[in-house]
Design a protein around this ligand. Structure first.
Ligand code: AMP
Length: 287
């Protein structure tokens, strides 16, 4: 496994991987501090492509003022060992100056799916995500790129950006969404779970349980508003400090819905505990 930290090194390593027979390349964009969720994306990429490139870049433009940019865990050596064991061919680990050289002035802003939910509390976050992911696509030129459904709004933003910038139509690359990988108690794996105290980590297991309860109630025909209120109060009772949102939405447009209509629906939640913001989402059966 190689590690590239400059664009020139990346391009030459990717060209070697492609070879003369045009081997396929799968890209797994990450911010490092890898866990089973990330490694599952790498495994999916390995199954689907000849070679896997994993990017590790803590992207400053997707962090807002007062967020955890400086505290965000950085552990390139440990990440590299995990990626090597998974058969990743190349790590793309640029520093901030390589990604955003002096004079960098461009920005990709996706409207619609970028609005509401996480954007309400993190203004500019999805511009940062769309711009860096677009750059990663052009830097690596993969055939497929793999993203977790854990960040459901992010996946919707990336799909919209790739579609609108003609990366998927006519076909240049495929965007693959991978189901959320969870801890034994159901908590979605996240690099930020390590911020939780032991007590808050136990309480955090309430999040997926309360979401499942709300989904069962909604699927049985219960009132959506009441189910979401019950979810919020379950979280506060369990020790969460606040709930940023608990919303039922159309899975494709992310438009909030107040009743099941037959279109695919998703429950999305963001809540804070002990200074850590946790997000999760689950499918709701509309049949
Ligand atoms: P991050 O390093 O948090 O930016 O995440 C990098 C990629 O891993 C994103 O596509 C995430 O959606 C995905 N990811 C993070 N956590 C999980 C998880 N628990 N299950 C599946 N994918 C995940």
């Amino acid at each position: 496994m190689q590690t590239a930290s400059t664009i020139d090194a990346l391009r030459s390593q990717v060209a070697k991987l492609r070879g003369s027979d045009g081997a396929t390349i799968g890209l797994v964009p990450t911010m490092g501090a890898l866990h089973e969720g990330h490694l599952t994306l790498v495994r999916r990429a390995r199954e689907a492509c000849d070679h896997v490139v994993t990017s590790i870049f803590v992207n400053p433009t997707q962090f807002g003022p007062g967020e955890d940019l400086d505290a965000y865990p950085r552990q390139l050596e440990a990440d590299a060992a995990m990626l090597e064991a998974e058969g990743c061919a190349l790590i793309w680990a640029p520093d901030v100056a390589a990604m955003y050289p002096p004079g960098f002035v461009s920005n990709i802003s996706v409207s619609g799916v970028s609005e509401g939910f996480c954007a309400a509390d993190r203004p500019g976050h999805f511009d940062g995500v769309a711009t860096v992911v677009c750059k990663l696509f052009h830097q690596v030129l993969p055939d497929m790129a793999f993203f977790g459904e854990k960040d459901f709004q992010q996946l919707a933003v990336i799909r919209a950006m790739a579609r609108d910038l003609d990366l998927t139509r006519p076909h240049v690359l495929s965007i693959i969404g991978v189901p959320t990988v969870r801890e034994a108690d159901g908590l979605a794996m996240s690099s930020r779970n390590r911020y939780l105290s032991a007590e808050n980590r136990t309480a955090a297991g309430t999040l997926p349980r309360a979401m499942k309860n709300a989904i069962v109630a909604i699927e049985r025909g219960g009132d959506v508003g009441s189910a979401l209120s019950a979810l919020e109060s379950d979280l506060i009772k369990a020790g969460f400090d606040s709930v940023d949102y608990a919303t039922l939405a159309d899975s494709a447009s992310l438009a909030p819905i107040t009743a099941l209509s037959g279109a695919s629906a998703r429950l999305l939640v963001a809540a804070r505990i002990g200074g850590t913001r946790l997000i999760d989402n689950m499918a709701v059966d509309t049949a």
